[in-house]
Design a protein around this ligand. Structure first.
Ligand code: FPP
Ligand code: MG
Length: 343
């Protein structure tokens, strides 16, 4: 099942999400309007709002005789909208941190306009998210997102710190992706549970499901970087060029000697910047191919898929305390989709 099909299971609340999201795009000045219009040309999969809304339905399904999952109230819609806005803001900032030229298959705002424009548009989205959340008048919801925004920044900074010395361990990797990706999934899920006044046990289940879902989402993303045959909208090899050590490489290192690991790290150190000359780009391409071969030979992709499946399985397990409903089933489908997606 793909996200489109899952969205169709909650047509009314999805429509309410889209309406509020797109109605929040107004800006006063021409340049801001122009860049907003450009940046929404390619929307992403919108997994975070989907996760939030499905949980809101699943946590209220029992109360609703129609079986529709009734209490997807205005606060739950606002949490879904804020999560997508914060996500959009992080990508605009991330493209500056990563000096990324492309986002979702088209030139990034950073490269088409400027790094400053990308940061400022990110700030704009962040402030719109805060304004959207204020209307919920719910401090539990505010604290979910406040903590997540802090985690996002710290996760990104930890990644930067580890990238500089190529010393990312498996535990470091999990800590980084928990902060930089899973934290926003968790905030979206927990805030959605608070929005529908779910009891503490359900808030915790929602948080746990989302944490494992977020980890598997990022693991899949990191496998994409070593999947040149998939048309994911990502430029394969980017993580290596950025000096990021992610799961496929960690998996390959796990079954290599210290010497082999150091040899590969030396190769990564010798990669040159994206803006390098054509000869340097050719040299980069041949080093990247060599590292791909190393990962394939050492089973780094199989290793990553195994850990990813375990995470997706833990996400599904966390749902067991939530009463059965067609929405809970969709949350299972979402975990399966996230673990196997090709885009
Ligand atoms: C994408 O990772 C980046 C993130 C998931 C988080 C980015 C967070 C920040 C820039 C810090 C906080 C910002 C705000 C606005 C609170 P990736 O580079 O691995 O994925 P990619 O291939 O999609 O770029
Ligand atoms: Mg990036």
């Amino acid at each position: 099942m793909d996200v489109g099909t899952i969205k169709q299971q909650i047509p009314e609340s999805w429509k309410a999400f889209e309406t509020l999201f797109y109605n929040s795009l107004s800006a006063r000045y021409e340049l801001m309007k122009e860049i907003i219009n450009y940046s929404i040309k390619r929307t992403g999969k919108q997994v975070r709002p989907l996760l939030g809304l499905l949980l809101a339905h699943a946590l209220t399904a029992e109360e609703d005789n129609t079986g529709r999952g009734g209490a997807v109230n205005d606060s739950a819609i606002r949490c879904a909208v804020a999560s997508e806005m914060i996500h959009t803001a992080t990508l605009l900032h991330d493209d500056v941190a990563d000096e990324a030229n492309m986002r979702r298959g088209i030139p990034s705002v950073r490269s088409l306009y400027s790094p400053s424009a990308s940061v400022l548009l990110g700030d704009f989205w962040l402030s719109r998210a805060v304004a959207t959340l204020i209307e919920t008048k719910n401090f539990d919801i505010f604290s979910c997102f406040a903590r997540s925004i802090e985690d996002l920044a710290e996760g990104e900074m930890l990644e930067m710190q580890k990238t500089a010395d190529l010393e990312t361990s498996y535990d470091d990797y999990i800590r980084i992706i928990r902060h930089k990706t899973a934290s926003l999934f968790e905030a979206t899920a927990a805030s959605s549970a608070y929005a529908v006044n779910a009891p503490a046990e359900m808030v915790n289940a929602a948080r746990e499901y989302a944490c494992h879902l977020g980890l598997s989402f990022q693991m899949r993303d990191d496998i994409f970087d070593y999947s040149p045959n998939l048309n994911t909208g990502k430029v394969p090899g980017s993580d290596l060029l950025e000096g990021k050590i992610t799961l496929p490489l960690l998996g390959a290192f796990a079954s290599s000697s210290k010497e082999e690991t150091n040899r590969i790290k030396e190769k990564i150190r010798s990669l040159e910047s994206e803006s390098a000359s054509e000869t340097a780009r050719d040299r980069n391409a041949s080093i990247i191919t060599e590292i791909y071969d190393f990962i394939t030979e050492k089973g780094g992709i199989e290793y990553s898929n195994r850990i990813l499946s375990e995470e997706a399985g833990k996400a599904v397990d966390a749902l067991s305390v939530i009463p059965d409903s067609k929405y809970r089933q969709q949350l299972v489908s979402l975990a399966i989709y996230v673990g196997s997606r090709t885009i």
